[in-house]
Ligand binder design. Structure first.
Ligand SMILES: Nc1ncnc2c1ncn2[C@@H]1O[C@H](COP(=O)(O)OP(=O)(O)O)[C@@H](O)[C@H]1O
Ligand SMILES: [Mg+2]
Length: 261
């Protein structure tokens, strides 16, 4: 029997797929091409956590905070109150980096350590139980080497697990390429991978979501069709509905005077 506690994503179909949610303390890569819905999915994960009394912190290394909030305003799951009440914190990682006087192109090992310590201290101070880093790809550009990338994700993952916080790292990949990370290394260190892709169907691009791996839990690998709407945010439905041939369909129940036959 699985005993590990779960971080409920609040996206029903995804929680069902994961046997209740992401194992608490995991570091999960949310990979996919630009515009597919990674940031939105991660924000909804944080907003859903707040409903369960878990604070969230979102470190942005791609979009500026104001633009991010502007996009989020279009979704019902987001209200400015989440921020005003201190339940959701959105932090621009590059502003911190600049304030600390870190190199704007490539980090030295010491600089990477300083950034890790800042993320660690902020997360601890906020008492966040959910963390998002959007995107790990932009951060990797500054970390330069595979060793530094591995070290950074490993250290972040160990710290996060120790405080029972669950982390999503977004990973930007080229369109219609079956790849989960830029440097290959990120996906090996992460406990899980959720891939959001798009497939062309009758000239339209249909979004898809699939759990590729998740350590610490049994899970299916159903490919879902994913929709984004203002009201629901992320919506999932199985892409291939199970087909049951007529001869295998259950017989309809026939009512008799003594009950169902
Ligand atoms: N209110 C909305 N309702 C439905 N879809 C939206 C809404 N706002 C933005 N989108 C869609 O979300 C996409 C951006 O999603 P985003 O999470 O930023 O993607 P990514 O982080 O993968 O680049 C846009 O391309 C747009 O199609
Ligand atoms: Mg994004």
């Amino acid at each position: 029997m699985e005993t590990q506690s779960r971080c409920i994503t609040g996206i029903e179909e995804l929680d069902a797929e994961l046997n209740g949610g992401i194992p608490t303390g995991s570091t999960v890569i949310v990979a996919g091409p630009s515009g597919v819905g990674k940031t939105t999915t991660c924000m909804q994960f944080l907003a859903n956590g707040i409903k369960l009394g878990e604070k969230g912190v979102f470190f942005t290394a791609s979009e500026p905070v104001a633009r991010l909030i502007n996009h989020l305003d279009g979704y019902d799951f987001f209200t400015q109150n989440l921020i005003n009440e201190g339940k959701l914190s959105i932090i621009d990682i590059w502003s911190i980096s600049d304030r600390l006087g870190l190199n704007t192109e490539h980090y030295s090992i010491e600089e990477a350590n300083v950034l890790f310590e800042v993320i660690r201290d902020i997360t601890k101070e906020l008492d966040a139980k959910r963390l998002v880093l959007d995107s790990i790809t932009s951060l990797c550009y500054r970390l330069q080497t595979r060793e530094m990338i591995r070290d950074f994700i490993f250290k972040l993952g160990s710290f996060i697990a120790a405080i029972n916080c669950t982390t999503l790292l977004t990973s930007e990949v080229p369109p219609r390429v079956f790849k989960y990370s830029q440097y290959d290394i990120e996906e090996f260190i992460a406990d899980g991978i959720i891939f959001i892709g798009d497939i062309e169907r009758k000239g339209d691009l249909v979004r898809t979501l699939q759990v590729i791996k998740m350590r610490g839990t049994a899970h299916n690998r159903t490919k879902f069709a994913m929709t984004l709407s203002s009201k629901k945010g992320v919506g999932l439905s199985p892409l291939l509905k199970a087909y049951v041939s007529p001869e295998h369909r259950p017989m309809p129940l026939v009512k008799s005077s003594t009950g169902f036959l």
